[in-house]
Ligand binder design. Structure first.
Ligand SMILES: [Zn+2]
Length: 170
């Protein structure tokens, strides 16, 4: 379907966060044009609750719109849905900015602190380790200095990649 064309890996990841795998499966098989939730369920094979939940989340994120139509004979209202993923990049941008902000905070924390670690992997800031006389309060094994250079590199790499993506899309 049409949506598959613009759904790259990053977008799929973002969508999965929003609507889950079941929602993504539904979106991938969505028919074009305006349709009712029942029709979507019928065509995509997704359960009606999943369809409604997914449409609602998409609507909340401005990725779907609906139009109400009143049946002249029965007076019933019909909701006609249309999924429009054009704004997915806005959603994506907000998510990535949040993520990169948190990564930067973590990176600063790693850069500005000295860590001690025990054999079991419990990690302490220098001050706390000193307070405990460099003995782990859990396992009572000694705390040794941890070189977090590799972790810092990994965080830097992730941040760089994320910023590259942000620059590309914004
Ligand atoms: Zn320990």
């Amino acid at each position: 379907m049409i949506y598959l064309i613009i759904l790259n890996k990053v977008v799929i990841g973002c969508l999965t966060q929003l609507v889950g795998q079941e929602g993504v499966d539904m979106i991938k098989n969505m028919p074009d044009g305006e349709v009712t939730d029942e029709k979507i369920s019928e065509i995509t094979g997704s359960e009606i609750q999943i369809v409604r939940r997914t449409l609602y989340i998409l609507y909340e994120n401005r990725l779907a719109i609906y139009r109400r139509e009143r049946n002249k004979e029965s007076g019933w209202l019909t909701y006609l849905w249309k999924v429009d993923l054009h704004d997915i990049y806005l959603v994506l941008e907000v998510e990535m900015r949040k993520l990169s902000f948190n990564l930067q905070k973590r990176l600063d924390f790693e850069r500005n602190n000295v860590f001690y670690i025990c054999e079991d992997g419990n990690r302490f800031l220098f001050d706390l380790a000193a307070e405990e006389n460099f003995v782990c309060p859990d396992c009572e094994k000694s705390l040794i200095y941890q070189d977090n250079g590799q972790l810092i590199n990994a965080l830097e790499n992730r941040l760089e990649k994320m910023q590259a993506v942000l620059e590309e899309y914004v």
